[in-house]
Ligand binder design. Structure first.
Ligand code: FAD
Length: 455
C-alpha cells in the first residue's frame, strides 16, 4: 500500500525526515493540503500565499525529477487526508511535526482516522525538549540558549532519498493556478519577484551567498544600509532548508558564527514559548498590562494608516514600512524600531501591528512574530519594561541608516548623512514628505502616562 507524505511548511526534499521514512516504506504520495479552515483567522496572509505558490511549484518540479509528484487538495486537513487515504488505499501518513496550535489540532484530527507518524526536523531540537534541571520549559531566552547549546550541534542533515517510489496510479490533483494564491489586481508582487526565489534551490543559494559574509555578521546585521544578514527567514519558515543544514554550514564558515547561531536559536525559542502559551498571538504574557488604554477611533485609525503606508514623518520607520510593502521583508533592527513606534509612539495595540506583519511578511511566522511583537511591546514573558521607549531618530543615526532611507524613501534621496534621519530638525524636509505625526517627547509622555494609569 502507498503511504501519504503530508507536507506543510517543510517544503524540501533534503533533510526531510518524513520523506526519508516514507520512501523507505513503499510507494509515496506527497500531498499538500491548502487548509484555511483549521487555522481560521490565522490562515496564511497575502505575502505568505504568494510565497507558497512559488514554493509548491518548485517542490513539484523537484519531485518530478525523481519520478514523483505533488498532489494538491483543498479543505480541512483531517477530512482531506482521510478521503485521499480511501481513494488510494493508504493507511499511514508521515509528516514533520508543527507547533502552531491549529497544526496541533489538525494532527489530532488526522490521527483520529489514520496512522499518523510525526517526525522532527524543522527546529534545532524538538520544541519542548530543552528543559531546566527540574524538567520545566524555559521562559527566558538566554538560559534557553545556554541549555540548547548543550545539545548542539544538531544531527548531520540527511541527504535527499535516492529514490522516491511512485504508486501505480496517481490520485487526482487540483491545479495550483486555481488556488488564487497570487495577487491579480493590483499586482503588488513586483518587488517580491525581484527579491526572492522561493523553493529549495533558492534557499540553498541564499545560504551560499551568506556564508562568506558570516564573519562580518556580528557588526553588519544591525546596519540596515548593508545586506549583511542571511535573508533566510522565509526559506526557514516554509521549511525549504532545515536549521540543521544552516547550522552545519555556518560552523564550517570562517570565524566564529556564534552570534548568527544565537539568532537561529531564537526561532527555536519562539516555538518553545508558543508551546507553553498557545494563545501568545492574542494574549499578553504579562497580565499586568491588560488594562493599558490603547488608542482607537478615527485619529488612531489615520495614524495606523500612516504607519502601514510609510507616511509617519519618521524616515527610518517609513523606510522600513515601505520595504515591507514592496518586498515582504524588513530588516530586523528596523522591525524593532517600526514596531516600537506603533506601540509606544502611536499607542496602538501590538496585536494590530502583529496582524499587519502577519499579512505582509513573506516570513510571517506565528511564533516568531508574536514573540517579537510582545518582546518589543514589553508585554511578553521575556521582555523589557513597557516604559523603555526606543528613540527612532537616535536609532537611525546610531545604526547609520542613511543609505537605507535613501533607497526606500526616494523623496529624501537628496539629503546628506546629517539631515536624512530627521529632515525637519535641519529645515530640510521636502514639501512632499509628511510632517512628523507626533513629536518624540510628546509621544513619550503619552506612553508613560498610559503605563502609569494601567498600574
Ligand atoms: P538573520 O539575521 O540572518 O538570522 C538568521 C535566522 O534566524 C532568520 O532567518 C530567522 O529564522 C532567525 N531569527 C533571527 N532573528 C530572529 C528573531 N528575533 N526571532 C526569531 N527568529 C529569528 N522573524 C520571522 O521569521 N518571522 C516573523 O514573523 C517575524 N516577525 C518579527 C516581528 C518583529 C516586530 C520583530 C522585531 C522581529 C520579527 N522577526 C520575525 C525576527 C527577525 O526580524 C527576522 O527573523 C529576521 O529579520 C529575518 O532576516 P534574516 O533571515 O536575514 O535574519
Amino acid at each position: 500500500d502507498p503511504v501519504l507524505l503530508w507536507l506543510r511548511r517543510d517544503l524540501r526534499l533534503s533533510d526531510q525526515a518524513a520523506l526519508t521514512a516514507a520512501a523507505a516504506e513503499g510507494p509515496v504520495i506527497p500531498v499538500y493540503v491548502l487548509d484555511d479552515d483549521t487555522p481560521k483567522h490565522r490562515k496564511m496572509g497575502a505575502a505568505s500565499r504568494w510565497w507558497l505558490h512559488h514554493s509548491l511549484r518548485s517542490l513539484d518540479a523537484s519531485l518530478r525529477d525523481k519520478g514523483s509528484r505533488l498532489t494538491l487538495r483543498q479543505g480541512k486537513s483531517g477530512e482531506v487526508l482521510a478521503e485521499l487515504a480511501r481513494e488510494t488505499g493508504a493507511t499511514r501518513v508521515h509528516c514533520l511535526r508543527h507547533y502552531e496550535p491549529w497544526w496541533r489540532n489538525a494532527e489530532r484530527a488526522v490521527a483520529a482516522s489514520l496512522d499518523l507518524v510525526c517526525h522532527d526536523g524543522n527546529y534545532l531540537t524538538p520544541p519542548g525538549s530543552v528543559t531546566t534541571g527540574a524538567g520545566q520549559p524555559y521562559k527566558i531566552y538566554t538560559p534557553f540558549w545556554r541549555a540548547l547549546n548543550e545539545h548542539m550541534p544538531p544531527p548531520q542533515p540527511a541527504p535527499v532519498p535516492r529514490e522516491i517510489p511512485a504508486p501505480e496510479h496517481w490520485p487526482k490533483s487540483e491545479d495550483l493556478d486555481d488556488w488564487g494564491l497570487l495577487p491579480t489586481r493590483p499586482d503588488w508582487a513586483g518587488g517580491f519577484r525581484k527579491e526572492w526565489s522561493p523553493g529549495e534551490a533558492g534557499a540553498a543559494e541564499r545560504l551560499d551567498d551568506f556564508i562568506p559574509k558570516a564573519a562580518h555578521y556580528d557588526i553588519g546585521r544591525n546596519l540596515p544600509s548593508e545586506e549583511s544578514s542571511s535573508r533566510l527567514s522565509p526559506h526557514l519558515h516554509f521549511g525549504e532548508i532545515s536549521p540543521a543544514t544552516v547550522w552545519h554550514h555556518a560552523i564550517r564558515a570562517r570565524g566564529d558564527a556564534t552570534i548568527f547561531l544565537k539568532e537561529i536559536a531564537w526561532r527555536d525559542y519562539a516555538q518553545n514559548v508558543i508551546l507553553q502559551y498557545p494563545d501568545y498571538g492574542k494574549t499578553n504574557g504579562r497580565a499586568a498590562l491588560d488594562g493599558l488604554a490603547w488608542r482607537s477611533g478615527k485619529t488612531a485609525d489615520a495614524d495606523l494608516n500612516a504607519w502601514k503606508t510609510g507616511q509617519t514623518g519618521y524616515p527610518i520607520v517609513d523606510a522600513g514600512m515601505r520595504q515591507l510593502w514592496a518586498t515582504g521583508w524588513m530588516h530586523n533592527r528596523v522591525r524593532m524600531i517600526a514596531a516600537s513606534f506603533l506601540i509606544k509612539h502611536l499607542l496602538i495595540d501590538w496585536r494590530i501591528g502583529e496582524q499587519w506583519f502577519w499579512d505582509t511578511l513573506v516570513d510571517a511566522d506565528y511564533a516568531s512574530n508574536s514573540v517579537n511583537w510582545q518582546w518589543t511591546a514589553g508585554t511578553g514573558v521575556d521582555s523589557n519594561m513597557f516604559v523603555r521607549i526606543m528613540a527612532p531618530l537616535t536609532q537611525s543615526e546610531k545604526f547609520d541608516a542613511g543609505g537605507y532611507i535613501r533607497e526606500w524613501v526616494p523623496e529624501l534621496a537628496g539629503l546628506g548623512d546629517d539631515a536624512i534621519h530627521d529632515p525637519d530638525a535641519f529645515g530640510r524636509r521636502p514639501a512632499v514628505y509628511p510632517v512628523k505625526i507626533i513629536g518624540h517627547r510628546e509621544a513619550r509622555e503619552r506612553a508613560l502616562g498610559a503605563a502609569r494609569q494601567a498600574k
